[in-house]
Ligand binder design. Sequence first.
Ligand code: SF4
Ligand code: SF4
Length: 82
Amino acid sequence: ALKINETCVNCDVCEPACPNQAISQGEVVYVIDPSRCTECVGHYDEPQCVMVCPVECIDPDPAHPETQEQLLAKLKRLQETV
Ligand code: SF4
Ligand code: SF4
């Protein structure tokens, strides 16, 4: 999963760009739900939130390192629950 850091300016551009509805407004800055972020694997070649973010405040989440296989498995779980 990816993580939004504290330099986020709450511009809301990333939220609609996420194919997994993983992004929402947080108490201070926008937040990514690690259980829903597949790093865009299965949807796009590049993380869409990173591409649209004007301030480059989205980094890999050190608490949730994942392999391509794990990200794909997460996508499959998400698709099964919709
Ligand atoms: Fe959503 Fe993709 Fe960003 Fe993860 S990397 S939060 S799935 S847009
Ligand atoms: Fe924050 Fe970047 Fe998302 Fe804007 S696009 S809300 S600055 S993370």
